[in-house]
Ligand binder design. Structure first.
Ligand SMILES: Cc1cc2nc3c(=O)[nH]c(=O)nc-3n(C[C@H](O)[C@H](O)[C@H](O)COP(=O)(O)OP(=O)(O)OC[C@H]3O[C@@H](n4cnc5c(N)ncnc54)[C@H](O)[C@@H]3O)c2cc1C
Length: 462
């Protein structure tokens, strides 16, 4: 499907009948915001449909397939890769009215959700029944289960608990031709046939619309304990973190923030650290009250030989919150350094993280850019934010060069161009560099199996 497509009067009339009242938006004032997402890229939404039932989705998709109308599925639009930007015009299909938690089953340890449920709301609802949904993107308070499943969202707890893919047991989906399929099962294990559920997780809205998602739940840990450890060198912080793993401990979260991030945070809110450390580690342990505290103490012992500048320990939720609050502010604090950012979420083999971070810093300094380095150290998933002012053409050009150099360095170090944000529009070009042409051809062949008319989220990924 090439170039933007506009809707005809007949097509609009079909949509008005299927989506009465404010379930369909068509004026430029109403649709403007649906043409963009947190990537700040912009497309064009000719109409926005807000289905309330799977049957409406089926009817819309069958019609769009026959009429070759591009469809872009959109949930909370917090992705930063342009995954839900309607690049070719057509209809944006919003999940905002499919936002019910349909079931929480203690007996089966699972939940069944519609896609628009906010992840944090699901986490709170299951926690009230002493159950645990571990994937916790830093955006959990404002992103959705559908978006998380379609991007295979990671998060702070991935080092111990894995990512969204590890928790999706099955889907009810509508395919682009309007047919309905059910994948997976209500079981925690399933070895039957090819794993369509895993294929759909991370498909970035290009293969199917998830109408229901079955999620695995775990028992809720009784307690957590946290450490905030500051260092006079980034390299030493990385070595100390990996010494914790070497001691046989597996934290629920293992985050790193480099000096530029710490300085940016200290500029917007009181910081729990003193001075100007070069790096900080945030570790969280969970389990029974006694074991979480004991593991935090053992981690402290493993770190001490690395002569940290300071160690703060927190054993109660209120005290932990004080240690973790700055981490949640990184995105806001970053914009004090520049109105625009190129935000990458590369993943490195653990042994290459220190070298990669040094290289990213050199790239920024060579191109006269401010860079913020932080992220999920336990997974080798490093966020690289180049801050710049897009109104200055020289800075904008340098930021684009920095992005290319970062991704090239990542691939040279056997890493991946994205650990959790996805490919979207932002990294289409780079996907073929990470994989080979044959692999991309296979992805395109799979796309054609699901979407022969090529209407679903065209222009993205592969
Ligand atoms: C401050 C901030 C912090 C963030 N932290 C993290 C983090 O820690 N980890 C992380 O992984 N990401 C993070 N993100 C990125 C973002 O929150 C995730 O990509 C998230 O999963 C997107 O969810 P969403 O509901 O906003 O989906 P959207 O952005 O609306 O959509 C994302 C993709 O999902 C598809 N989609 C949505 N619903 C469906 C459906 N029902 N069926 C099929 N496809 C669908 C869309 O077409 C699109 O391709 C962060 C973003 C911000 C702004």
């Amino acid at each position: 499907m090439q170039g933007p497509v506009s809707l005809t009067a007949r097509q609009l009339s079909f949509l008005e009948n299927l989506f009465p009242g404010d379930a369909l938006l068509t004026t430029p004032e109403e649709t403007l915001i649906f043409a963009t997402d947190a990537s700040r890229r912009r497309g064009r939404a000719d109409a926005v449909a807000r289905p309330e039932t799977a049957d409406q989705v089926k009817e819309l998709f069958a019609f769009a397939s026959a009429e070759k109308i591009p469809l872009t599925i959109r949930s909370r639009a917090t992705n930063v890769a342009g995954c839900c930007v309607p690049d070719r015009g057509g209809v944006v299909v919003a999940t905002s009215r499919l936002d019910t938690i349909l079931e929480i089953s203690e007996a089966d340890s699972l939940a069944v959700c519609q896609p628009g449920v906010v992840t944090g709301d699901l986490q709170a609802a299951v926690a009230a029944r002493r159950l645990f949904y571990p994937p916790d993107a830093a955006s959990a308070a404002f992103s959705s289960i559908g978006g998380n499943a379609a991007t295979n969202a990671g998060g702070l707890r991935a080092v111990k608990y894995g990512v969204t893919r590890n928790y999706v047991l099955g889907f009810s989906c509508v395919l682009p031709d309007g047919s309905h399929i059910v994948t997976g099962a209500r079981t925690h294990k399933n070895a039957a046939g090819l794993d369509l559920t895993s294929l759909l997780v991370g498909s970035e809205g290009t293969l199917a619309f998830f109408t229901e998602i079955i999620l695995k739940l775990l028992p809720l840990p009784e307690a957590t304990a946290s450490l905030l450890v500051c260092f006079d060198s980034l390299d030493t912080a990385i070595k100390a973190a990996y010494a914790v793993l070497g001691r046989g401990l597996l934290p629920a979260a293992m985050e790193i923030m480099a000096e530029e991030v710490l300085a940016a945070l200290a500029a917007v809110a009181p910081a729990p650290w003193s001075g100007a450390p070069k790096a900080a580690l945030l570790l969280q342990f969970d389990g029974l009250k006694a074991t979480a505290a004991a593991e935090a103490a053992a981690a402290q012992q493993a770190i001490e030989p690395f002569r940290p500048a300071s160690i703060l320990a927190a054993l109660t939720p209120a005290d932990e919150d004080k240690l973790w609050a700055p981490r949640r502010l990184v995105n806001q604090a970053s914009f004090a350094l520049g109105p625009d950012k190129i935000s990458d979420d590369v993943t490195l083999p653990r042994g290459k993280v220190a070298e990669a971070m040094a290289r990213f810093r050199r790239i920024a300094s060579d191109l006269h850019l401010r860079v913020l380095l932080f992220g999920h150290l336990g997974d080798g998933n490093i966020h690289v934010n180049y801050m710049f002012d897009a109104a200055d053409p020289a800075q904008a050009a340098n930021a684009a060069l920095a992005r290319d150099a970062t991704l090239a360095a990542t691939l040279e170090l056997s890493g991946s161009i994205t650990g959790e944000h996805g490919v979207g529009l932002a990294k289409v070009f780079w996907l073929e560099k990470q994989y080979g042409r044959r692999e991309i051809e296979l992805m395109r062949a799979l796309k054609r199996c699901f979407d022969p008319a090529g209407i679903l989220n065209p222009g993205k990924g592969y």
